[in-house]
Design a protein around this ligand. Structure first.
Ligand code: S3P
Ligand code: PEP
Length: 423
């Protein structure tokens, strides 16, 4: 397979049906690793995601002095005294570039951060500025972007900080996750347009509370974390529901039936909204002990959806909308311009290159279904662009996906799983 040709996206020959088991959640895995690293004793984690983003998080924590046993999905994390000098490769992982600096601030010594070329485009200024307000010395050459160094003294004062987290919920989560270990805890106020990705904020708060940390989030746009220990906790990570999205989408657009095993009855993952979202498109969703089953009807309705809470699902949802019987509007997702690539521009460009009619709105996308033709779909090193392309490829002849390997960011098994479902 040459890079020029890309990966031939499997074409569905009929209704796609099957059962899929997806590995651990990226967002829960990387939070569990951070919280175990800051805890008061060793924690055993099972169901951990083994993918590029979690490998980068593991390396980052180990380089700061944390012990992590060998093992891909089952590890023991043993906190150690955090020390520099260290170098952290963030790759393109938002959870590494945003969540690790507040941890590095607790280390004694200098910690240098860098990442992929495009990682230097992802906004960092808000979290670096907030850390400075909390007493941390940071050098980013005045850019508000990568590369930067965090020079820790072994402790952080903490206290009050106001920031604008409308660009990414990760700015708030980053401070929440480390804040209990700061001398004064942390009292975060958001001032700006709404913070996206509420489920991810609930995930941070929920996981802290499970570990005995006091978090007060009763007032809108304010989070107060009391100083104190983070209790060690042995925990099993939920499957990654966002990575389940393309598989379920296959059922929706082909009139098939796909079951994802191990679907939690309660979750803070944004993918918890997928049953509702696919129902809006006209499919049905049933949760049983066997998992979540989504059944397509062969007909896909256009939708008007506010995806501000679940932005990371947007590329796959856009692909489903491309086969609807009327236009769709995906709103509340201006912050997708700060993701692995500018996802609004990338979706518009790539869908339209296949003959589609997609238009960027100020805060989202308008998708008017049109007959699509094959071609090379560029992924911009974005795993979810690759997922969207795979969904389109089910119903479009001759679609090739450039750099399918980019799915290794959160699901290295994607090409095999996808071929398996569609063969
Ligand atoms: O905290 C997290 O684990 C995440 C938060 C969200 O970021 P944004 O709020 O920047 O969209 C989400 O899109 C990302 O995939 C993971
Ligand atoms: C936005 C995403 O990732 P990151 O954690 O790198 O921000 C994503 O996975 O869709």
């Amino acid at each position: 397979m040459s890079e020029q040709q890309g990966w031939p996206a499997p074409r569905a020959t009929g209704a796609v049906s099957g059962t899929v088991t997806v590995p651990g959640s990226k967002s829960i895995s990387n939070r569990a690793l951070i919280l175990a690293a800051l805890a008061d004793g060793p924690s055993h984690l099972t169901g951990l995601l083994a993918a590029r983003d979690t490998a980068l998080m593991r390396s980052a924590l180990v380089s700061l002095g944390v012990g992590i046993s060998d093992g891909s999905t089952s590890v023991t994390v043993t906190p150690g005294s955090l020390k520099g000098p260290a170098s952290v490769d963030c790759g393109l992982a938002g959870t590494v570039m945003r969540f690790v600096p507040p941890v590095a601030a607790l280390a004694d010594g200098v910690v240098a951060f860098d990442g992929d070329e495009y990682a230097r485009e992802r906004p960092m200024g808000v979290i670096l500025g907030a850390l400075r307000t909390l007493g941390v010395q940071i050098d980013d050459g005045g850019t508000g972007r990568m590369p930067y160094t965090v020079s820790g003294t072994g402790s952080v004062r903490g206290g009050e900080v106001t920031l604008d987290a409308s660009g990414s919920s990760q700015f708030v989560s980053a401070l929440l996750l480390a804040g209990a270990r700061y001398d004064e805890g942390v009292d975060i106020r958001h001032d700006g347009k709404p913070v996206p990705s509420q489920p991810h904020l609930d995930m941070s708060v929920g996981m802290l509370r499970e570990r005995g940390v006091q978090v007060d989030d009763a007032e809108p746009n304010r989070w107060v974390v009391a100083p104190g220990p983070v209790r060690a906790l042995d925990t099993a990570i939920e499957p990654d529901l966002s990575n389940a999205a393309p598989f379920l989408a296959a059922a929706v657009i082909t009139g098939g039936s796909v079951t994802v095993t191990g679907w939690p009855s309660q979750t803070t993952q944004p993918g918890g909204q997928l049953p509702d979202i696919f129902t809006r498109f006209g499919a049905s969703a049933t949760l049983t002990d066997g998992g979540l089953t989504v059944r397509g009807t062969g007909r896909v309705q256009g939708v008007d959806l506010d995806l501000s809470e679940v932005g990371e699902l947007s590329p796959v949802i856009a692909a489903v909308a491309a086969f609807a019987d009327g236009p769709s509007y995906l709103r509340g997702i201006a912050h997708l311009r700060n993701h692995e690539t500018d996802r609004l521009a990338a979706l518009e460009t790539e869908f339209n290159a296949l003959g589609g009619d997609v238009k960027q709105l100020e805060d989202g996308l308008e998708i008017r279904p049109k007959a699509l033709h094959g071609g090379l779909f560029h992924t911009y090193d974005d795993h979810r662009m690759a997922h969207a392309a795979a969904v389109l490829g089910l119903l479009v002849d001759g679609l090739q996906i450039e750099n399918i390997g980019t799915t290794a960011k959160t699901l290295p098994e994607f090409p095999d799983m996808w071929s398996g479902l569609t063969s």
